[in-house]
Design a protein around this ligand. Structure first.
Ligand code: SAM
Length: 211
């Protein structure tokens, strides 16, 4: 629980969330049991809804972890679509590779190992959707590279943008300052229209309106 909305409301939203099939529900259970910071079913479903309603064919994810949110995104792709997902830790990437096999999306997913800040430099756009869920201190560094790689009409979706509400208070941690800078730059960027949903730890959804 993150403290953004009342705990009983958070629990209610989670209880009603679509959890995908039994394999994905099992990955979610494993993630929770082992303490992985995965997005959970309500946000996973949201990612799927956004990607599917956009008709996304090329998606980039920054922060793969065990492949939970990646599976929600990959399952929204039409035949021939692709998800590129970036993970800094090779052992975690190997775990994600096994998840993508289990959830039946391995044929459309490529895992890129390295820091998102570095991988982005060698990655050409355009993407229909980019989902950013890496270490929070790295958020400002990837913002402009992400925006440049999204097509007009495409989406930048970012997790943890309310950081337990700390961004709105006097929070001075490095993560809080980084997320605050990211949110403010994104809100002012003339290429984007952004809005923050108070789901879980705060999810920012931004559409690119011009180059
Ligand atoms: C919050 S978890 C991602 C959870 C995942 N999106 C999900 O919900 O299933 C963040 C992951 O990103 C990786 N990571 C953190 N900072 C990174 C960076 N700068 N570049 C690439 N990967 C990073 C971490 O190793 C971790 O596995």
């Amino acid at each position: 629980m993150t403290g953004i909305v009342a705990e009983d409301v958070d629990t209610y939203v989670d209880r009603l969330a679509n959890r995908g099939d039994s394999v994905l529900a099992e990955v979610e259970r494993e993630g929770r049991t082992e303490g992985w910071p995965i997005v959970g079913a309500a946000e996973g479903s949201l990612l799927h809804i956004l990607a599917r309603s956009l008709g996304a064919r090329r998606i980039l994810e920054l922060g793969t972890a065990i492949g939970y949110s990646g599976t929600w995104l990959a399952r929204a792709l039409p035949s021939g679509g692709e998800l590129l997902t970036v993970e800094a830790d090779p052992k975690t990437a190997e775990r994600a590779r096994r998840t993508f096999e289990r959830t039946g999306v391995a044929d459309r997913v490529s895992i890129l190992i390295g820091l998102a800040e570095d991988v982005l430099a060698d990655l050409a756009g355009p993407f229909d959707l980019i989902f950013n869920d890496i270490d929070k201190e790295a958020y400002p560094a990837v913002l402009d590279p992400c925006i440049r790689r999204i097509r007009v009409g495409g989406l930048l979706v970012t997790d943890n943008v309310l950081w337990s509400g700390e961004v709105a208070r006097a929070g001075r941690s490095r993560e809080t300052k980084a997320i605050r800078a990211y949110n403010e730059r994104l809100a002012r960027d003339p290429r984007m229209i952004a809005s923050i949903l108070p789901l879980r730890d705060g999810v920012s959804v931004a559409v690119k309106v011009r180059e």
